[in-house]
Write a protein that binds this ligand. Structure first.
Ligand SMILES: O=C(O)C(=O)Cc1ccccc1
Length: 334
């Protein structure tokens, strides 16, 4: 681990090892994302049955990090991740990882394609294969699983009636669980990418790289015309571009929504700080969910007047107005 490795890690058998909870079991796309973080390093990998369990292990201090999916290029946000981060004890995102995702349709050895009418997989995987299914297995029904690998593992288990005939999972899972491949490279969009996040408890933030994202969750004031516009103006006025914005129901009554937002930039940068102060003034709730390097390392375009130096110069000018020197009349003009 790099930056995030400066956070607490577990001790096991004398060696210091970080504990990573992830959406399991072994063979999930989430595990592939996790391996981008740990590489060959010695770490304790803790497969969890669902996203909430993985995040709660970090909240309880039983894991140092969790890796969970947050966004898919086809299906959009992963609601359970957005909602679990938005409420409860604070957690922060310290890294993001991108994994290209295509699927393998696999079954118990001896099964043929025409015997498949019930397919188990994660709902996001099903959504990414709907077109392929209707073309090749029209009428096949979806049996939801907590993950692609969970479907594969159940199919490979001695369970006489798993309740489905085939699983859509990673190629790795199909091989790992000894299933027969009926079709590979299954995906309606061959360029689909899923974004995963590395989540930790409150602690030091990753250093800014110049190509960072900041994730926030905000509530708008109730019954206020233009409240959404007012919130968005906080970003626009400081030249902060958004790479994702989604509304999620708050849950306590109809018509109340929170906004989950990824903004380009790091909280250590002036334009992000000014934006956060603006949000704090106009929104009843603002939850900071982390500043971390972009996986694609793409630097934002900064329009003139929104560089750190511009904010500092502006602040110095205002300060000078409070203590004007009689010989410096020009300072009054900015
Ligand atoms: O189920 C998995 O393997 C996951 O990691 C979650 C997921 C499901 C579908 C697409 C990307 C990630």
């Amino acid at each position: 681990m790099t930056e995030a490795g400066e956070r607490p890690s577990s001790s096991s058998g004398g060696a210091t090892r970080a504990r990573y909870a992830y959406l399991g079991p072994e063979g999930t796309f989430t595990q592939a994302a996790l391996l981008q973080v740990t590489g060959e390093d010695e770490s304790d990998l803790v497969p969890c049955p669902d996203v909430v369990t993985a995040l709660e292990l970090v909240r309880r201090g039983e894991a140092d990090f969790a890796v969970v999916p947050i966004e898919n290029s086809v299906e959009g946000g992963v609601n359970v991740t957005l909602d679990t981060l938005s409420t409860g004890e604070p957690l922060v995102i310290v890294a993001e990882m991108l994994v290209p995702v295509t699927f393998t349709l696999c079954a118990r050895p001896g099964t043929t394609l025409d015997q498949v009418s019930r397919i188990s997989t994660h709902p996001h995987a099903w959504a990414q294969c709907r077109g392929w299914i209707s073309e090749h297995l029209d009428g096949a029904v979806h049996v939801p699983a907590t993950s692609t690998a969970a479907a594969a593992a159940l199919l490979a288990s001695p369970e006489p009636n798993p309740g489905f005939d085939a699983a859509l999972c990673s190629d790795l899972s199909a091989r790992k669980y000894g299933l027969e491949v009926l079709a590979s490279g299954v995906a309606d969009n061959p360029h689909a990418v899923t974004r995963f996040i590395l989540v930790a408890g409150p602690g030091p933030l990753p250093e800014p790289t110049g190509a960072d994202k900041t994730t926030l969750m905000v509530h708008l004031p109730d019954n206020e015309a233009g409240a959404l516009l007012n919130m968005l103006e906080q970003f626009a006025a400081r030249g902060v571009n958004l790479s994702r914005i989604e509304s999620r129901p708050i849950g306590d009554s109809l018509g109340r929504y929170s906004f989950s937002i990824d903004a380009e930039g790091h909280v250590s940068e002036e334009r992000l700080q000014a934006t956060l102060m603006g949000l704090h003034r106009v929104c009843p709730t603002v939850r900071f969910l982390g500043s971390y390097p972009r996986a694609d390392a793409r630097r934002p375009y900064l329009r003139p007047g929104t560089f750190d130096a511009d904010f500092r110069a502006a602040r110095a000018w205002v300060a000078s107005l409070l203590e004007p020197s009689t010989s410096d009349v020009a300072a009054l003009e900015g």
